[in-house]
Design a protein around this ligand. Structure first.
Ligand code: MG
Length: 380
């Protein structure tokens, strides 16, 4: 039986991944989480993995006691996450960990030639050049889980990579679509947390409201499909039915469509190139609302413009932007800065920290922590 490891199994994509794995009748080799002991215990008892990695040491101790009646190995810290990523019996590792702690485990799984079901944004945003080079060197497949990148991956399969003219990266536009910058800048978090189409974690929902999420996805797409920034066009498509598309040299446009349900791209990352029945419902073309498309408003959503500009620089610049943004989102969620100040803070960090070394994963991690420190010192 095929076995899958799920890093970040207690989050939104992680729990949906386990649903998919269960429905496919596959096994689980390893699970990891930051510190959600209760849910992790439930998952471990249900799926009986070899290893459970808990990043937080204290939580790991608690879980170890609770699972003492089982054969499951409970490991802690970064070493625990890396051991989970490397488990021999798994052929695929879904990286649904949130944040920079996903970077080293993902690299470890790549070096073990696992298929990576990539759901950790930071991996490609902050270390895209290093990670893609490593995947090529070890022959590890990276199959994206994010709905847009899965759509591009599926569409790109209709032709040769070298014949891709352009990528159409679709965006729902988030809850503030159609509003001006002045209307948006003081929006409270309660409004920003209401996403029209997708149910996701808080950080990514705020990033969707500012469209920074699309900016991060822009950088990911550039690395995954080896295209230049000018070959990616962001297209606002509020209905989230077309999940993205590829334009080939002959101007044929191949798009992937479906109901907005993450179980489709998660399952595809596991079964690729096969396709099997899914619990997600089928699209009903005659029942759906008209599909509409518009250009993104880069004045109302300056974070998107910033990310598109930073994309062409080095990994460290992308890591600074990403780290600063994560810190700014945290401060916004604590009501310490306004919605508009999130962009101001990130821009300041990018300008102040400039270009840093980006030769190793540790370089990337230090660019990230410098950026966070910068934001917390100024705005906290
Ligand atoms: Mg997405």
């Amino acid at each position: 039986m095929r076995k899958i490891s799920v890093l970040g199994s207690t989050g939104s994509v992680g729990t949906q991944s386990l649903d998919v794995i269960e429905k496919l009748g596959l096994g689980v080799a390893a699970l990891t989480a930051n510190k959600s002991v209760d849910l992790l215990e439930k998952q471990a008892r249900k799926f009986n993995p070899e290893i459970v990695g808990v990043y937080d040491e204290e939580s790991a101790g608690i879980l170890k006691k609770r699972l003492a009646d089982t054969d499951i190995k409970v490991l802690s810290g970064m070493d625990g996450l890396i051991a989970a990523a490397e488990v021999e019996s798994a052929d695929t590792v879904i990286t649904a960990v949130m944040g920079m702690i996903g970077l080293k485990p993902t690299m470890a799984a790549i070096r073990r030639k696992k298929r990576i079901g990539l759901a950790n944004k930071e991996t490609l945003v902050c270390a895209g050049r290093l990670v893609m080079a490593e995947a090529k060197k070890y022959g590890a497949e990276i199959v994206p889980v994010d709905s847009e990148h899965s759509a591009i991956f599926q569409s790109a399969a209709a032709g040769n990579k070298k014949d891709i003219k352009k990528i159409l990266l679709t965006a729902s536009g988030g809850p503030f679509r159609g509003k001006t910058y002045d209307e948006i800048k003081n929006m409270p978090k309660e409004a920003a947390l209401k996403h029209p189409n997708w149910s996701m974690g808080q950080k990514i929902t705020i990033d969707s409201a500012s469209m920074m999420n699309k900016g991060l996805e822009f950088i990911e797409a550039m690395h995954l499909f080896s295209v230049r920034p000018r070959q990616i066009e962001v297209l606002v498509h509020p209905q989230s039915i077309i999940h993205s598309a590829v334009v080939f040299e002959d101007n044929s446009v191949i798009a992937q469509m479906g109901v907005p349900d993450m179980r489709i791209p998660i399952q595809y990352a596991i079964t690729y190139p096969e396709r099997t029945p899914s619990p997600a419902s089928e699209l009903d073309f005659t029942a759906m609302k008209p599909l509409t498309f518009e250009k993104p408003d880069l004045e109302a959503f300056p974070s998107l413009a910033l990310a598109m500009e930073i994309a062409g620089r080095d990994d460290a610049s992308c890591a600074v932007m990403n780290g600063a943004n994560e810190a700014a989102v945290a401060l916004y969620l604590q009501d310490k800065i306004s919605f508009g100040e999130m962009y101001d803070a990130v821009k300041e960090a990018v300008d102040a920290l400039g270009s840093m070394r980006a030769d190793t994963i540790d370089d990337i991690l230090s660019a990230d922590s410098e950026a966070r420190k910068f934001i917390f010192e100024r705005y906290n």
